[in-house]
Design a protein around this ligand. Sequence first.
Ligand code: HEC
Ligand SMILES: [Cu+2]
Length: 226
Amino acid sequence: MRRYAFQFFHVVQPYENYLLEVDNPVVVPVGKKIRVIITANDVIHAWWVPAFGVKQDAIPGFVRDTWFKADKVGIYRGQCAELCGKEHGFMPIVVEVVEPEKYAEWIAAQKKKMAAQADDPNKTYTMDELKVRGEKIYAGNCQVCHQPTGMGQPPVFPALSGSKIATGPKDGHISIVLNGKPGSAMASFKQLSDVDLAAVLTYERNSWSNKTGDMVSPADVKKLRK
Ligand code: HEC
Ligand SMILES: [Cu+2]
């Protein structure tokens, strides 16, 4: 029988991708042109994956796109390529390129996961529930332009605090967020669920200097969806 000098020698083996793993890899099918749409919600970063020859800045308040096509299945690694702050060295990127069948399986699994997390359509929300949820939706989708203070950056991005639209009739407020304003930087947010939109609209109507005291319900949003 062989004897090892160090019983726990596996513990000290170096870990190949130390600090380069991610919680959510980008999963894409092999051999297909992939369009990547990029923005940022704090400072400028860059999405850089050398093997694909792609490096695109991620800029708050702007939407940029780029594309790549991976010809071989495998795991590809990249990192943020724009000095973005003290954690800049810890912004790894992992892209998993898989066969079409495996990609279809992944999509099906993601759909199942999303369905499991979906909202109960029969739930009635309180104003407080919507505001708490709305604050998160606002932080993730709106504050790059309209700012955490709701003061925007006039004249480019209007203030929502004191806005006639955000404190006016509900339908007009819902409509600009649901459909966007063509020809401006205000895009349509119809990809958000009825509950998420009701939440962010309720948050806007009752934050900063806005005190309408009313709430937008998921049913109000649903009614205006075309
Ligand atoms: C990329 C920048 C940007 C983002 C992100 C953005 N908006 Fe806007 N928003 C604008 C601009 C620009 C306008 C002005 C459009 C116009 O009237 O020309 C606007 C207008 C509005 C208005 C009307 C304000 C007024 O008084 O005219 C509301 C309400 C609004 N946005 C809500 C939202 C919500 C809610 C979100 C997030 C779900 C959001 N916006 C995300 C750029 C943005
Ligand atoms: Cu960075």
